[in-house]
Design a protein around this ligand. Structure first.
Ligand code: SF4
Length: 584
């Protein structure tokens, strides 16, 4: 069932989950996109009272299947203006499901700060005056009780930083695109969930079998049984750097001479205390670390890149403490680091008057704090790098797609990844399908990373698989080991609806096209399916990818054709009919 919460008049309503909608869009990201289509149109400012936050779990959440403790949020992004969804681990998702709801739709705007207490007994609106201004750890500790889970925003969300995150279980983030700012605009400080309602599994025997088989595959796969548990996601630092695709100093170089200092291997040797894991996850890729001054979870690969190599910084302690700070202030580490890197280049090239320079580790913490509280230059950086660079008269120095900062893989040495970034519907993102598996790691098979003709089909399939995994609300790392066929059977077991591999790919395609329709309705066009000029025109200067730019146009032509979209990137009527979207 779906809980509707109106913050303006503090009323609630419960409605049944539409079974047909659930079958077509599954849950999480897909369900969020379908609901958002009806609820938030193009006239709505993302930071206005009319935007909504849709928190959703999925049919497998809390089933005990590997990585099934996650949940997602969908909204219109205040950073990009596109449709947005993010999902997060920890154990909040499991408890959210056990409170009795498949989704919670938050509408309106509270007059004064509030938090929500959701349990099987109902919903309570509670005064949050005493929490407003508090950090994520302070808020979580103030609200934490046994068998309760907390999500909240920090000062960045309250101050409407456009890349503010929503944090759950203290360290886990709904990070990208600014959902924390939407929550801040609603004066909603936190949500506490509790409950231990057990989930009915329609086919428990099949679920037991698939769980057992999936466990065997996860153990047998070197990425999920060794690479991720032993070194965390930062195991990728040395791999990407060696291949010449580790963007450095705001993408000016593609190799970082001091990469090893911020690598997963160095983290394990120096600051790692223990591995941690999200609920029901045997992979345990997360790291609990400690410096002399602080401790917490992180840093992940994207974070050591954004706050490290991207800013020309190799001081692992400074990067790790900057990561803790982002978590506590409630900010996306990728956009925060990449925006600082952009400001560093703007300054060095004379477009911005600031003291930021590449390599200045001591400025990381004060700059991040200024961003979260919108002080001085921090107020400009809080708008994200696209708005900052445009204001400085050098928009080409913002490494963004559709306004979202690029992650840690230089697509000039990964052509498919370039197409993926350009067409991603929430802006540049490695979580909307990922070509690293095929173009770098050889999963499921190695393909030529420099080849650009014939790449569109791979990218499209990856985008569909990512959309359906996000809608089952599982962790994408599971798909390194567990094939789509097994995921389809797991979905069958947990819904009682028969899904084949082709069926789940079609669900992914339906979601992708719906998100595309949403962005088109917002005014996005083919011109937005592009990359920063640097990646299209400036060849990589050295290393294994030397001489390469992204050959986007031929890939885009192929991509539109293969998708059944016209030359402007608009789904044709036949495509929409095939996907059951022709009534929208
Ligand atoms: S692989 Fe890592 S991020 Fe994914 S569910 Fe497990 S611990 Fe969480």
């Amino acid at each position: 069932k779906i809980l509707k919460v109106n913050l303006t008049d503090q009323t609630t309503d419960v409605m049944p989950l539409d079974e047909d909608m659930a079958r077509q869009f599954v849950g999480g990201r897909g369900l969020g996109a379908r609901l958002l289509w009806d609820l938030v149109g193009p006239a709505v400012d993302p930071l206005s009272t009319d935007n909504v936050l849709i928190f959703a779990n999925g049919p497998m959440t809390s089933s005990g299947y590997q990585t099934s403790g996650r949940y997602s949020v969908s909204t219109k992004s205040p950073q990009t203006g596109t449709i947005l969804d993010c999902n997060s681990g920890g154990s909040f998702g499991m408890r959210f499901k056990n409170s009795g709801y498949d989704a919670v739709i938050v509408t309106g705007q509270a007059k004064t700060p509030v938090y929500l207490d959701i349990s099987p007994e109902g919903v309570q609106f509670k005064d949050a005056h005493h929490l407003w201004g508090k950090t994520v750890s302070q808020t979580t500790e103030a609200l934490a009780e046994k068998n309760h889970n907390v999500l909240c925003i920090g000062p960045a969300g309250e101050n409407l930083v456009r890349f503010a995150a929503i944090m759950n279980d203290k360290y886990r983030a709904l990070a990208r695109g600014g959902p924390g700012a939407v929550m801040g605009s609603k004066r909603l400080k936190a949500i506490v969930v509790s409950g231990d309602l057990k989930q009915e599994i329609p086919n428990p025997e099949l679920m037991r079998f698939i769980r057992y088989e999936s466990g065997k595959m996860l153990k047998a796969n070197p990425v999920t049984s060794q690479g991720l548990p032993e070194f965390g996601t930062a195991v990728l630092v040395n791999i990407m750097n060696t291949m010449g695709i580790f963007p450095t100093r705001n993408y000016q170089q593609s190799q970082f001479e001091e990469a090893d200092a911020i690598s997963g291997e160095t983290i394990t040797d120096t600051i790692l205390v223990k591995n941690t894991a999200c609920w029901a996850c045997p992979i345990a890729c997360a790291r609990y670390t400690k410096t002399e001054k602080a401790e917490g979870e992180g840093p992940e690969y994207e974070t050591v890149w954004a706050l490290g190599a991207s800013c020309g910084i190799s001081d692992l302690i400074a990067v790790t403490e900057a990561n803790y700070l982002c978590n506590d202030l409630g900010m996306d580490t990728i956009s925060a680091g990449a925006t600082i890197a952009c400001a560093m280049e703007l300054t060095e090239k004379g477009f911005l008057d600031s003291n930021l320079r590449f390599g200045q580790a001591d400025l990381l913490a004060p700059t991040l704090t200024d961003i979260a509280y919108r002080r001085d230059l921090g107020n400009e950086l809080a708008e994200g790098s696209a708005r900052l660079a445009r204001k400085c008269g050098a928009p080409e120095l913002s490494m963004t797609v559709k306004g979202l900062e690029m992650p840690a893989y230089d697509p000039r040495g990964l052509q498919g990844q370039g197409l993926l970034y350009a067409t991603s519907n929430r802006g540049a993102c490695h979580m909307r399908g990922n070509m690293i598996g095929a173009e770098v790691l050889g999963l499921p098979k190695l393909i030529d990373r420099f080849q650009y003709r014939g790449k569109a089909g791979f990218v499209i399939l990856n985008q569909h698989v990512s959309a359906v995994i996000d809608s089952m609300v599982l962790c994408k790392f599971i798909n390194n080991a567990v094939s789509d066929e097994y995921l389809a059977r797991a979905l069958t077991a947990s819904t009682g609806v028969e899904y084949s591999t082709g069926d789940i790919h079609r669900v992914g395609e339906r979601i992708w096209n719906l998100e595309r329709l949403y962005n088109l309705r917002e005014g996005f066009t083919r011109a937005d399916d592009t990359l920063p000029r640097r990646l299209l025109e400036e060849p990589v200067k050295g290393g294994p990818a030397a001489g390469w730019v992204v050959h986007l146009e031929p890939m885009l032509e192929e991509y539109y054709r293969a998708r059944g979209w016209d030359k402007n990137g608009v789904p044709t009527p036949a495509t929409l009919k095939r996907l059951g979207l022709d009534n929208l």
